[in-house]
Ligand binder design. Structure first.
Ligand SMILES: NC(=O)c1ccc[n+]([C@@H]2O[C@H](COP(=O)([O-])OP(=O)(O)OC[C@H]3O[C@@H](n4cnc5c(N)ncnc54)[C@H](OP(=O)(O)O)[C@@H]3O)[C@@H](O)[C@H]2O)c1
Length: 323
């Protein structure tokens, strides 16, 4: 209950200091409807400092120190919550030395721990942030395929090609949906593609570096791949929409646009002409398959124009000194 007598619901957001989760926490707090338990691995790390500065944080945000691999720490954060948004998962920047430990275990065992804690705490609904990485990595999909929620990445293909992040997201999402089936826990999964948009956190996350590095212009030749994208603010809205809408169930693709890397750079440069452009874009061997977000749009999900997404992204990178 708020001081003004307004009733709030309590929800937990795992990995609260990350790029996507920070916007989710911002949206939850700014609505005035929620009290938030945010988990972070190190509450004293300055990279999480922005959370306490969010409007409403003083009254309605509590940070919990939790590693998703440590069940007890997760259970303390989830206790007393109506809902949980499971966002925490490693997004590795480069090739990992030990994918089992660094990527697969935190994604899969971490998801199992969060779901078990939710089941025991009788949480009403759990929203799991999955990824297009769990949807599109399948060599059997034709090049012109338009993928919907029935599409799944091929686990053997991901394993054999060393795409550990894609494998981690595929295994974790399957685990989440199987757990829901087995226990009756209400689980909804959301699969965003490349997420762009302004940063709230002070460090650049791995995926924002895709655009930042392109605009630094220090790469001579770039494969001009078509990428599916969504703005982080629209993704945060989508996560709250599937949490709040009683009709929501199962899996949701959350993709707004599909652009070639060269188009993304050109749109960004139309707002900031001083930004660099890679010297040469070459035809890509394989594009991301198209994704359809009809199921999400049927819930009333709306997304902003790609120009606004890219303009606000680059303005934020510049303000933070990344460009
Ligand atoms: N950004 C994208 O383009 C994109 C696209 C599709 C899906 N996603 C998904 O969105 C989610 C957030 O990604 P992001 O882009 O926001 O990345 P991010 O900024 O790197 O956030 C990842 C978060 O996961 C946390 N984490 C990692 N391992 C953990 C562990 N063992 N215990 C607790 N927390 C742990 C990190 O905490 P620390 O700060 O302590 O490391 C961090 O808060 C992930 O599930 C990712 O797969 C992102």
């Amino acid at each position: 209950m708020e001081g003004d007598g307004r009733k709030t619901k309590t929800v937990c957001v795992t990995g609260a200091g990350g790029f996507v989760a920070s916007w989710l926490v911002q949206r939850l707090l700014s609505s005035g409807d929620y009290t938030v338990h945010g988990t972070v691995r190190d509450p004293s790390d300055p990279k999480n400092g922005h959370l306490e500065a969010l409007a409403g944080a003083g009254e309605r945000l509590s940070l919990f120190k939790a590693d998703v691999l440590d069940y007890a720490s997760v259970a303390s954060a989830v206790a007393g919550c109506d809902g949980v948004f499971h966002v925490a998962s490693p997004v590795p920047a480069a090739k990992t030395q030990n994918p089992e430990v660094e990527v697969l275990a935190p994604a899969v065992k971490g998801t199992q721990n969060v779901l078990k804690a939710c089941h025991e705490a009788k949480v009403r609904r759990v929203v799991v942030v999955s990824s297009a990485a769990a949807v599109i990595m399948n060599p059997n999909f034709p090049k012109d395929a338009v993928l919907d929620e029935d599409a799944w990445s091929d686990e053997d293909y991901c394993r054999n090609t060393g795409m550990w992040y894609c494998l981690s997201k595929t295994l974790a999402e399957r685990e989440a949906l199987a757990y829901a089936e087995k226990t009756g826990l209400d689980v909804v999964t959301v699969c965003p593609p490349l997420v762009l948009g302004p940063l709230l956190q002070p460090v650049a996350n791995t995926r924002s570096l895709v655009l930042i590095n392109l605009l630094k212009g220090d790469r001579d030749t770039v494969e001009d791949k078509a990428r599916n994208m969504v703005d982080v603010r629209d993704l945060a809205d989508a996560l709250i929409l599937v949490y709040e809408n009683p009709e929501a169930s199962g899996r949701y693709i959350c993709s707004a646009y599909r652009k070639r890397l060269s188009e993304m750079v050109d749109i960004a440069r139309s707002f900031c002409p001083d930004l660099n452009r890679p010297k040469k874009f070459v035809e890509a061997e394989d594009d991301d398959r198209m994704m359809r977000s009809r199921k999400m749009e049927a819930l009333g999900w709306k997304f902003r124009a790609v120009e606004e997404c890219l303009r606000d992204s680059v303005e934020s990178y510049k303000a933070a000194g990344f460009l």
